[in-house]
Write a protein that binds this ligand. Sequence first.
Ligand SMILES: [Zn+2]
Length: 263
Amino acid sequence: MYIDTHVQLNFSDFDADRAMVIGNAKKAGVKQFIVPGVDHLSCRTAVHLARKHPGVIFAAVGYHPYEAPKNPDLSYLETLLQNGENKKYIVAIGECGLDYHQYKGEVAGGRKDLQQKLFREQLQLALDHDLPVIMHCREAFGDLFAALEGLSKIPRGVVHCFSGGLQDLRVIQEMGLYVGIDGNVTYSKQLASIVPHIPLSMLLLETDAPYLTPVPHRGTRNEPKFIPLIAEQIAKLQGVKTGAIMEGTTKNARTLFSLSENA
Ligand SMILES: [Zn+2]
């Protein structure tokens, strides 16, 4: 079985047919889902979905760097985390991180200093609650590593939707973190050149659905049922069997997010 470690089933893109999307993923062998929050509402929905699908959907709670201009405080996340009933449903902090990609001439998520503050606060939250952290990083690896190195210790975690180079991969490996690979591995030449260098021991599969639909379904909404296409492409690039990628990444996901096997 597969685990989709980053899927936005909490987004309104799935309001009309969420149950069918989950059912079709299960038929394709994708049986557990990590659903991260990006803002207040999507965190609430992620926890709600996890409570509705125990052992199948697991929530992460966090604020995306795009939220940084609103300068949110973390009290709502604390409230969710301190509710004892949520303990088995919230398995990570995230997604959080840094996104410096230019959009219409401005840094995508607003000022860099606000992004860094919000990110550092959530890294500390992860350490305080002994939870892994799901990190988003776009064109900001230097500052991401600096934020992690500024902590008393490096939290457990994953750099999701990995887009860095070989040097970034080495630093992530030294820090004991995982990388998440998405459907863009089926069409990105840059990713195709990096993936052969990623050890299976640090690899996670994710769709980031509804975004990043893999070949041959580009142009349509992405769904977690496409996880096997990502595994097949990674296996091809690494010259190994798809089954090995499936087993290794499922084991990694269980280890990082402390998931039980009885899905
Ligand atoms: Zn992201």
